[in-house]
Design a protein around this ligand. Structure first.
Ligand code: NAP
Length: 259
């Protein structure tokens, strides 16, 4: 399928690895020029070069922390005109509901609610002026079904979801489409480190921890960054203009719900 976005320009935040990288790859495959970001320079440059040589699109790489005001300013300075924004950042650490104090919540809100809102506020006005834009926010299945040990994620991402529900309807008349993607477990470094935590806490090895978790997923496997990226590229395509303010769950059926 031709996604109809060849020659558009996308900013993909937190994109040197994992789901962000999957989104950047899929957009590049559709002919989209990219600005990508992550904190670590080495992995970021490696991904940028791989995308350039594989797909022949332009890739600007900006090493910065997207959860800080200075980091966002550096990324936005380098970005210029952007048609497609993919918001992403690292997830908060696990723990239990009694563990977190105000500072922990502020950090989680900065990373997983206020950073994407700041990026939307910075880039959506120019998309509205041009009459076309796409925004995808990577959130989590925890928005639909809380994960006990990820209370910081459950809380901060619910805040972003509420903001997007209202905002997406206000910008849609101008051709700007905002949606959220809700990953269940995907085979990335983040999933590995959560499995490692379970292994250490329960005294099993990491392969067993992974196998146990796979058995809780109806698809009996983890998702891949490639299939996640393909869905992202579709939501950024010409064909997605009537999908507004939705929360698209990619979880292999893990959330046991009718709607
Ligand atoms: P990942 O494999 O650990 O990759 C995270 C990427 O984000 C890396 O490129 C990392 O590079 C970059 N990054 C992290 N913090 C950043 C920051 N402050 N500023 C800029 N870049 C940053 O993680 P993932 O699995 O792709 O997860 C992506 C998001 O989806 C996270 O919020 C995660 O909580 C959420 N999620 C993931 C899963 C899953 O199963 N994988 C499930 C539900 C939700 P640097 O470290 O170099 O900055």
């Amino acid at each position: 399928m031709d996604l109809g976005i060849k020659g558009k320009r996308a900013l993909v935040c937190a994109a040197s690895k994992g789901l962000g990288r999957g989104c950047a790859m899929a957009l590049a495959e559709a002919g989209v020029d990219l600005v990508i970001n992550a904190r670590g320079e080495e992995a970021l440059q490696k991904t940028a070069e791989e995308i350039r040589t594989t797909y022949g699109v332009t890739v600007v790489a900006v090493a910065a922390d997207i959860t800080t005001e200075e980091g966002r300013a550096a990324v936005l300075d380098a970005a210029g005109d952007i048609d497609i924004l993919v918001n992403n950042a690292g997830g908060p650490p696990p723990g239990m509901w009694t563990d977190w104090d105000r500072e922990d919540f502020i950090k989680a809100l900065d990373a997983n609610m206020l950073a994407p809102i700041a990026m939307i506020k910075a880039l959506v006005p120019q998309m509205m002026e041009r009459g076309w834009g796409r925004v995808v926010n990577i959130t989590s299945q925890s928005v639909k079904s809380p994960i006990p040990q990820l209370g910081l994620s459950n809380s901060a991402r619910a805040g972003l979801t509420g903001y997007v529900a209202g905002t997406s309807r206000q910008v849609a008349p101008y051709g700007v489409i905002i949606n959220n993607m809700l990953p269940g477990i995907h085979a990335t470094d983040r999933a590995k480190s959560l499995d490692q935590g379970v292994a250490e806490n329960t005294g099993i090895d990491i392969d067993q921890a992974r196998e146990n978790r796979q058995q809780t997923i109806p698809a009996r496997r983890y998702g891949t960054a490639e299939e996640f990226g393909a869905t992202c590229a579709f939501l950024c395509s010409q064909h997605a203009g009537f999908i507004v303010g939705q929360n698209i769950l990619l979880d292999g059926g893990a959330v046991n719900a009718t709607l």
